[in-house]
Design a protein around this ligand. Structure first.
Ligand code: SAM
Length: 216
């Protein structure tokens, strides 16, 4: 059974203060973080770790992203309540659950079958209903495009052109790009038919994006 008591809520409030002190400002993002019980994505024994501002192993060599990183990427996406969002790299399902606080239309794709199954069970237990897919998300999810927002939660070697084509006009792609050691957070906005603007933000360290447009 999933229990979210006053102690968990207290730890979450303090985590939200931490990310706020690190510079996250958007009240909707802070509220979303306060709502999602991050400890649901951890084994019972690791409860304390769930509310530290740290990435944590989720098996299969993958990680649940650091809460600050989740908040940072979500803030850059500027999700509106009517947006259709694609997340690439479902992992534990935590980031997806945060996105679902901002819009009901979240599509998420995961490459690793074990993590895909586990995240699906988790969504079910929590009563959440994102559209989940198993496969290589480095080429997006063309069958459901276009998206107002695309979020990549693994480090990419390049900006995959196929993702750009899946954005609406005015749509935004947030993606960490660089080598496997460190990546620059980028936000690409599709301003016209074949026109894009690119903004660069801070350095982050993600697990590698695999697949055709990722690391082989
Ligand atoms: N968003 C996740 C969460 O909230 O737990 C964290 C994601 S973890 C940092 C990166 C995830 O991307 C891993 O689960 C990995 O299996 C997945 N991944 C890597 N390459 C992928 C690809 N080409 N398509 C879909 N998922 C991919």
């Amino acid at each position: 059974m999933l229990i979210d008591n006053y102690r968990h809520k207290g730890m979450r409030k303090s985590l939200v203060r931490t990310v706020q002190e690190k510079g996250i400002k958007d009240p909707r993002v802070l509220q979303a973080l306060e709502k999602v019980p991050r400890h649901f994505f951890f084994e019972k024994a690791f409860l304390e770790q769930a509310y530290q501002d740290k990435a944590f192993p989720i098996g299969e060599g993958q990680t649940i992203s650091q809460p600050y990183t989740v908040a940072y990427q979500t803030e850059l996406l500027e999700v509106q309540p009517t947006d259709k969002v694609l997340e690439i790299g479902t992992g534990s399902g935590y980031q997806c659950s945060v996105l679902l606080q901002l819009t009901p239309q979240v599509y998420t794709i995961e490459y690793n079958e074990v993590l895909f199954q586990k995240a699906n069970r988790q969504f079910q237990l929590m009563g959440l209903a994102p559209f989940t897919f198993l496969g290589d998300g480095s080429e997006g999810l063309p069958q459901h495009a276009p998206y107002h927002k695309i979020l990549v939660t693994a480090g990419a070697p390049i900006i995959p052109k196929t993702l750009l084509r899946q954005l609406t006009i005015g749509g935004k792609l947030v993606i960490p790009v660089g080598d496997t050691g460190v990546q620059k957070m980028l936000r690409i906005t599709r301003v016209g038919e074949g026109e894009f603007t690119k903004e660069e933000f801070g350095d982050f360290k993600f697990v590698p994006l695999l697949g055709k447009q990722g690391w082989q």
